[in-house]
Design a protein around this ligand. Structure first.
Ligand code: 0O2
Length: 221
């Protein structure tokens, strides 16, 4: 490869990744607007915290290798749908579904995939509502659709997931069974806490019952 070809590949890679950052920024703006508007109009804040991360190129390549797919810009676009990731932490389960509905109902948002691990937790107890949305990013060359993974969860779910994630990496993915059992047990405790907090919240505010993503308007799968 010539030096010019290498430079061209580097530039194209940077452009490719930058689009995901822009997509992420669009989604964060949408969520921040909802959060601010809720605060102002309803004097209530369903969103506790919004965080985001762009997957590193190394992690993208590692994921492609794990999936056994030859990396190209097209194959990465189709295979790695969580290059841009936004995490929304809500107080209550009903808030998580509410944010999901409000975001996915927006006309420039296209829902590509929904995984409702709140309704159906993973065997280890992991709970979270995942939605991959496609959002248009307006560049000088015109609109470009970008996929962004949004993870919506409660504080209790987030607390559990962050500890589990740390343990998983501390043991290099080989966590002793006893610890795994302890984590699953803790996940059940977290879910129970969410149910109790939701009930108390409803008594105070008369908030609606928790729905599920499957019943939310316009959400496929
Ligand atoms: P990181 O380091 O958070 O980025 P896919 O992306 O479709 O190939 P998968 O597993 O089908 O992979 O997607 P899924 O189930 O929607 O999960 C993707 C992300 O959810 C993970 O990203 C984690 O952030 C989170 N997640 C899923 N399962 C667990 C779990 O058991 N524990 C914790 N703590 N987080 C989980 P990454 O890229 O794996 O990791």
């Amino acid at each position: 490869q010539t030096l010019d070809e290498m430079r061209a590949l580097r530039d194209e890679t940077e452009r490719f990744m930058l689009r995901y950052k822009f997509g992420m920024d669009e989604v964060i703006t949408k969520l921040s607007i909802l959060r601010e508007e809720f605060n102002q109009t309803h004097d209530y804040n369903p969103i506790e915290h919004i965080s985001s991360r762009l997957k590193s190129l190394d992690s993208v390549i590692e994921k492609m290798a794990r999936k056994g797919v030859e990396p190209s810009f097209d194959s990465i676009r189709d295979t790695v749908t969580d290059i841009a990731g936004v995490r929304v932490t809500c107080s209550f389960v009903s808030d998580a579904y509410r944010i999901f509905e409000l975001l996915t109902a927006q006309r420039d948002i296209r829902v590509l995939r929904v995984k409702d691990y709140i309704r159906e937790p993973k065997p280890n107890g992991y709970q979270s509502l995942h939605v991959i949305v496609e959002v248009p990013v307006f560049l000088s060359t015109g609109p470009h659709p970008v996929a962004v993974e949004v993870q919506i969860r409660t504080i209790a779910m987030d607390f559990w997931a962050s500890l589990e994630h740390k343990i998983y990496y501390k043991y290099d993915r080989q966590v002793p069974q006893e610890l795994l059992d302890g984590l699953t047990d803790a996940a059940h405790t977290a879910a129970e806490l969410d149910t109790r907090m939701e009930r108390l919240h409803r008594e105070v505010h008369g908030a609606p019952h928790a729905a599920s993503a499957a019943s939310a308007a316009g959400a496929p799968g």
